[in-house]
Write a protein that binds this ligand. Structure first.
Ligand code: IMP
Ligand code: MG
Length: 186
């Protein structure tokens, strides 16, 4: 892994320094493969719809689905919870709703990071009303602040430190999603 002030990193961030790399690409890939094996083993029968929560889950989802060794379908859901900054507003707005029928299917909602859990709590209510066979969450990162939705979070990649993280899909004001690692911004 390159040093944090390496030209390679600064070229990607536009000169914005990175305080630390919290999870590097190889560490993420190894954990994603484990999650894929856990998910494969957890769903022996029935239709499984993997529902990626946009935009933050897009890289995680694309890596994760390729490690799942059973038939699945993939769709997306887009909610908007943060305006432009680092602080949760607490309101969730549905911007894109999946076309796919959820009734009778196992639904696995894939999220980048759980902070307060408000986004998920609101979405789980909406999805449960569509009578899926089961409804569970797979989150790459979990800050472990949320309590109400705890029982539905069946798969977690990493426990996240209480910092603002970017990269591997996670953004700050839409920037840094493309970094091939998860970093704590300066
Ligand atoms: P919650 O509703 O408070 O759980 O917030 C979850 C959403 O906020 C995630 O889907 C992310 O889009 C965003 N978020 C929370 N923490 C971070 C972070 O450290 N970095 C980037 N986005 C975050
Ligand atoms: Mg975001």
């Amino acid at each position: 892994m390159s040093t944090l002030s390496s030209p390679e990193i600064l070229r990607r961030t536009g000169g914005h320094p990175v305080k630390s790399i919290v999870f590097d690409g190889a560490t993420i890939a190894a954990r994603v493969a484990e999650l894929g094996a856990e998910i494969t083993a957890a769903y022996p029968d029935g239709d499984l719809l993997v529902l990626g929560l946009l935009k933050g889950s897009f890289i995680f989802l694309s890596d994760l689905v390729r490690t799942i060794q059973r038939p699945i379908q993939v769709d997306f859901l887009m909610a908007s919870s943060y305006a432009d900054g680092k602080v949760s507003s607490g309101t969730v707005r549905l911007v894109y709703d999946p076309e796919t029928r959820l009734e009778g299917k196992h639904i696995l909602l894939v999220e980048d990071i759980i902070d307060t859990g408000r986004t998920l709590q609101r979405l789980m209510g909406l999805l449960a009303a569509r009578r899926p066979r089961s409804l569970a969450v797979c989150a790459l990162l979990d800050k472990e602040l949320a309590t109400e939705i705890r029982r539905d979070v069946k798969f977690v990649g990493f426990r996240a430190p209480p910092a603002f993280l970017v990269g591997y899909g996670l953004d700050h004001a839409e920037n840094f999603r493309h970094l091939p690692f998860i970093a704590d911004l300066e």
